[in-house]
Design a protein around this ligand. Structure first.
Ligand SMILES: [Zn+2]
Length: 383
């Protein structure tokens, strides 16, 4: 038997598991993984802890056997927090005015508490297909946990739900995202004589012009009405070049962010970007260097006709929609899972001070998960 849902939530929130690209803020997630494994084992799940790095791991916990089945998936890490901006202790679950406050309540350690409560109801029942609870590491940074699952080709199931905060509405679409730096290297020299150097700022001007045309081409070619912004985007977010008005600018660097649609693949997009810049600077004295500021998350789309879309629409009363954030869904899709994103929290609270989960979302989410597990793991249909 498990402790009650509030105890589960409290213990998860009290176990820090922040991940960050900055080593000073990056923490292990092993305590959360061990806690989850312990709870899952008490329910009869078979647990596999998959070590990713010396202090990071995924958990694959399986109840029942057979082919098909359902994965309930979440990430165990949270983003770091700004203590000054919190009115509550981020690591102490605090109930106030109908809300549970704490870091990770909504994004998304809280999901595991609700998933376990739903799973508990199937202990001892004759499952026809397995129920898998999946907990990953480093979703907020490198997606190393999800990537390791794809590399290992596991777990095996054909349906998955990711409990990211979607306000109890099913989500079947999100864009991809990548960030790239482009550095142009020219030659500095005294401003009085242009022949003394090669102005990298002027070359960057050409590059930006070319990229604006490319963006227009991409937006004409790719459109998807399922998104609020129905075209792929390319944003120039940062530029730095040169040092003095009286010196020819020797180096200029641009940082950009691209958000492709599900029909576009990051690898091809990145290759195209490099090719276009290199072509433009070919036969000029300028050199360019690219840096992968963020290697990226692929876009995701699950067909609106997919069974998991249909059933979650029925269970929630909402048509499946799109969101403006990335998830591990593309990885689960690579593992062959029809994937839906559906969770009890709200994305507005994620990555914010005073993150909370409303109490009145808890039971409805447990009910949705319970009916989903019954549908995919217990009933005769949908092998
Ligand atoms: Zn999240």
């Amino acid at each position: 038997m498990l402790p009650n849902v509030v105890t589960l939530l409290r213990e998860l929130i009290a176990t820090p598991s922040m991940s960050s690209p900055l080593p000073a803020f990056d923490q292990s997630n092993l305590d959360v993984i061990n806690k989850l494994a312990q709870w899952c084992e008490s329910l009869g799940f078979r647990c596999e802890i998959m070590h990713i790095a010396h202090n990071k791991a995924n958990l694959i916990a399986t109840l029942g056997t057979g082919k098909g089945g359902l994965i309930l998936s979440g990430h165990t890490d949270t983003v770091p927090y700004d203590a000054k901006k919190w009115s509550f202790d981020p690591f102490q679950l605090t109930e106030f005015e109908g809300k549970f406050y704490g870091l990770g309540t909504s994004d998304m350690k809280g999901f595991f508490a609700l998933a376990l409560m739903a799973a508990q109801q199937f202990v001892g029942k004759p499952l026809k297909r397995p129920l898998i609870l999946l907990a990953t590491c480093d979703e907020e940074t490198t997606m190393a946990g999800a990537q390791a699952l794809v590399d290992a080709r596991k777990p095996h199931a054909n349906r998955a739900l990711i409990g990211e905060p979607t306000g109890l509405k099913p989500v079947r679409l999100h864009k991809g995202m990548m960030m790239e730096g482009i550095k142009i290297i020219g030659k500095s020299g005294h401003s009085s004589d242009p022949a003394l150097g090669h102005n990298a700022l002027e070359a960057m001007h050409q590059v930006i012009g070319m990229l604006l045309n490319w963006r227009q081409e991409l937006q004409q070619k790719h459109q998807h009405t399922g998104f609020i912004v129905p075209v792929p985007t390319l944003n120039f977010g940062h530029i730095h070049g040169g040092d003095n008005p009286n010196r020819i600018c020797g180096e200029c660097e641009l940082h950009l962010d691209m958000r492709p649609l599900p029909t576009m693949k990051l690898k091809e997009l990145r290759e195209q970007l490099h090719f276009k810049v290199e072509q433009l600077l070919k036969e000029t004295p300028f050199k360019c260097e690219f840096s992968e500021l963020f290697s990226g998350i692929e876009a995701m789309e699950t067909s609106k006709y997919a069974d998991i879309v249909k059933i979650t629409e029925k269970l929630t009363g909402y048509e499946a929609q799109s969101v403006a954030f990335g998830t591990e869904a593309p990885y689960l899709q690579q593992l062959g899972c029809e994937t839906i994103i559906l969770g009890a929290g709200d994305i507005e609270q994620a990555h914010q001070p005073d993150e909370f989960l409303a109490l009145n979302r808890i039971q409805p989410m447990i009910d949705i998960l319970t009916r989903l597990i019954a549908h995919y793991c217990l009933e005769e249909i949908h092998v």
